[in-house]
Ligand binder design. Sequence first.
Ligand SMILES: CC(C)(COP(=O)(O)OP(=O)(O)OC[C@H]1O[C@@H](n2cnc3c(N)ncnc32)[C@H](O)[C@@H]1OP(=O)(O)O)[C@@H](O)C(=O)NCCC(=O)NCCS
Length: 379
Amino acid sequence: MTERKVQLHRGLREVYIDRTTSSFIDGDEGKLLYRGYNIHELAQNSTFEETAFLVMNGHLPTQAELDAFDTELKNSRALPAEILDIIRLTRNSHPMDVLRTAVSALSAYDPDTEDNSTEATLRKGIRLTAQAPTIVAAHARIRDGKEALDPDPELSHAANFLYMLFGERPTDEDAALIDKDFVLHAEHGINASAFGARVSASTQADLHCAITTGISVLKGPSHGGAAEEVMKMTQEIGEEENAETYVRERLRSGGRIMGFGHRVYKALDPRSVHLQEDAKELGERKGEPKWFQILQSVIEVMEPYRRRGIYQNVDFFSGAIYYLLDIPDDLFISIFAMGRVPGWTAQVVEQFENNILLRPRLLYTGPMDVEYVPIEERG
Ligand SMILES: CC(C)(COP(=O)(O)OP(=O)(O)OC[C@H]1O[C@@H](n2cnc3c(N)ncnc32)[C@H](O)[C@@H]1OP(=O)(O)O)[C@@H](O)C(=O)NCCC(=O)NCCS
């Protein structure tokens, strides 16, 4: 088959692979809806617990539904002792590798692992949503030579994560920032990690397989790894007045500015608006406004790129927020992953409910019909 007869869609750019009701993205308008609800409204008014319910179940919960969902989340936070052992054994790995390994291993302890019904997949989605922060926080403490902490059932999902990480209850303001960050990361169309999760589900593998795949795909710097890279860049820039030279040099040498550009958004990523406000407010509150100012200067230097549809994305300000909350740099992607478990779950449910094997083609361009030469006759 020749190239002329096959239309290649490298990177699946602009290829629609199915229908969804989980989220809607208009990349030209910079618009994002979860289950029809605008991300701006959810960021301002919702909580992670409510948004996770919405994403997984398709409607906003009643108070009774939310209470039951919250109780299930809280009851599912603790990890089996064997998972804590696995975290100890792998403590020298990157936090995303530990999260991936622990999520995969949790399949051995989940009563519903092999059940791919909608009800069981949602039950597992709740458990993995609840367990992910416990894994990340336990690992962060264990590698620092500290004991992992039991979850605190009196705290919200976000506040409990900060508590398990730092060993003290966070302020309401700090917890609210992480809560909003989780809301903003909960779901986002067929991005690379959701695609990976769907490919797993399309073979009728189970949710633990799909979420393990999602975590694997998210790790790369072109996807979830960008926030960590942005913070590294901000530290390298060091002072606001260095931003222009740094950015120009980097672009001149063919480098990319991390936290800019997006496969779908060719306008401002609506999620970045909220993180920008939060990074500014937090920097001022912590008496460290300089990181926000550096990031603002980078945006100014990148202004001409807007004509090409390259704007700051969700990862541009999130790193600064985590940094100002004293969260170690290599935990940034894991926080993204924690927020995304509901979205991956919702898409796996969609895939199961109307399944088709995801199996595209590759155009072969290698040699044809090459004669096999026995090893002793090869030169
Ligand atoms: C996200 C990303 C991978 C999307 O890539 P994509 O849709 O495949 O777009 P491409 O890689 O083909 O880039 C298109 C053009 O924009 C440029 N571009 C894209 N992102 C850029 C960035 N962050 N800085 C500078 N230039 C960028 C590319 O150099 C390319 O220019 P060219 O056409 O002259 O070669 C890309 O924008 C990127 O690498 N961003 C930085 C990483 C990041 O922030 N990721 C988090 C995404 S939420």
